[in-house]
Design a protein around this ligand. Structure first.
Ligand SMILES: NC(=O)C1=CN([C@@H]2O[C@H](COP(=O)(O)OP(=O)(O)OC[C@H]3O[C@@H](n4cnc5c(N)ncnc54)[C@H](OP(=O)(O)O)[C@@H]3O)[C@@H](O)[C@H]2O)C=CC1
Ligand SMILES: O=C(O)[C@@H]1CCC=N1
Length: 279
């Protein structure tokens, strides 16, 4: 069912577009109810308007004050400047939803009028096709109803999970960045298929469907991934040979370290903003 809240995105980059295109494809929100504002790139606003039918105004300030939901979608390094520019126009009846990596709600709350509800989220780029995995946590002024409304917004573009703010850096490392790890794995698999003599298109088609099938197996059977893996792995067979090589190259350790490093980076991004904040 379509609903009647007005949204204003502060930031019109790739993540804003991923969420907007998912929102529109889900039919939950009319394009006319979505405004975008950015810093300077007017061509970008025109592109988004022409492509999705969403709105931009000469008075960006008006777009902001008319919205019930404000989505912060700037890069972490631009947040302080953006809040300086737009923060004073926010009001306690509005819901501020940040998709920004690393930055904790108390930092944002400090820069805007007292009492505005700030909700931190971490979606991913699969929002475009309605398949984001989004984690959500509330800030100091967030009511149950704000969390519920935010879950409904993001359920329209995938699935959601409520977490404590202390877990947001781990979430960012795992599912925010996650699509990139999977694409990196796919790049390697496709290239490996080509190295073994397959054409690039056949290798890509087989890899993509294998990934899709395995994802559906995980979701639809609910089985432990280790059990599913064992079912593919015949004793003395081909899979065992492949898995042994992955073990020799410390595949598990590489993934563990990658997620740990990404989580640390998320923490660092936040710490640059306000070392005094305890998350
Ligand atoms: N990419 C991903 O997979 C994910 C990203 N995120 C988060 O999304 C956020 C946005 O990332 P992304 O879309 O890649 O970034 P982009 O660089 O593509 O876009 C940033 C946008 O912010 C705008 N902007 C900068 N300063 C201001 C300002 N003062 N007022 C208004 N608008 C401003 C820019 O406008 P202009 O072009 O005019 O300068 C631009 O439209 C990041 O914080 C990231 O952590 C979260 C989940 C996943
Ligand atoms: O790489 C980044 O910092 C952002 C946050 C999660 C995905 N992309």
């Amino acid at each position: 069912m379509r609903h009647s809240e007005r949204y204003c995105f502060i930031g019109a980059g790739s993540m804003a577009e991923a969420i907007i295109s998912g929102m529109i494809a889900s039919c939950r929100t009319e394009p006319a109810m979505i405004h975008v504002i950015n810093r300077q790139d007017r061509e970008r606003l025109i592109y988004l308007h022409n492509r999705y039918g969403i709105q931009y105004r000469e008075s960006q300030q008006k777009a902001l004050s008319m919205a019930e939901v404000i989505i912060l979608a700037v890069k972490p390094k631009d947040l302080t400047e953006a809040l300086k520019q737009w923060g004073e126009f926010l009001r306690p009846h509005q819901r501020v939803v940040s998709v920004i990596a690393g930055i904790a709600t108390p930092y944002i709350e400090e820069q805007i009028p007292q009492g505005v509800s700030v909700i931190r989220t971490m979606p991913n780029t699969s929002s475009v096709i309605g398949r984001s995995a989004t984690a959500i946590c509330g800030g100091r002024f967030t009511k149950e109803s704000d969390l519920k409304a935010t879950q409904e917004d993001f359920n329209a573009i995938g699935t959601t999970v409520l977490v404590d703010e202390k877990d947001m850096d781990a979430v960012t490392a795992l599912s925010g960045s996650g699509p990139a790890y999977i694409y990196y794995l796919v790049e390697a698999l496709v290239q490996a298929g080509v190295n073994e003599g397959l054409s690039p298109s056949v290798s890509r088609q087989l890899t993509t469907q294998t990934l899709l099938g395995a994802s559906h197996m995980l979701q639809e059977t609910g089985e432990d991934p280790a059990v599913l893996r064992q079912k593919v792995t015949s004793p003395g067979g081909t899979t065992m040979a492949g898995i042994e090589t992955l073990k020799e190259h410390q595949f598990h350790m590489a993934i563990t370290n990658a997620i740990h490093h990404a989580r640390k980076r998320s923490e660092e991004l936040g710490a640059t903003f306000s070392p005094s904040i305890t998350k």
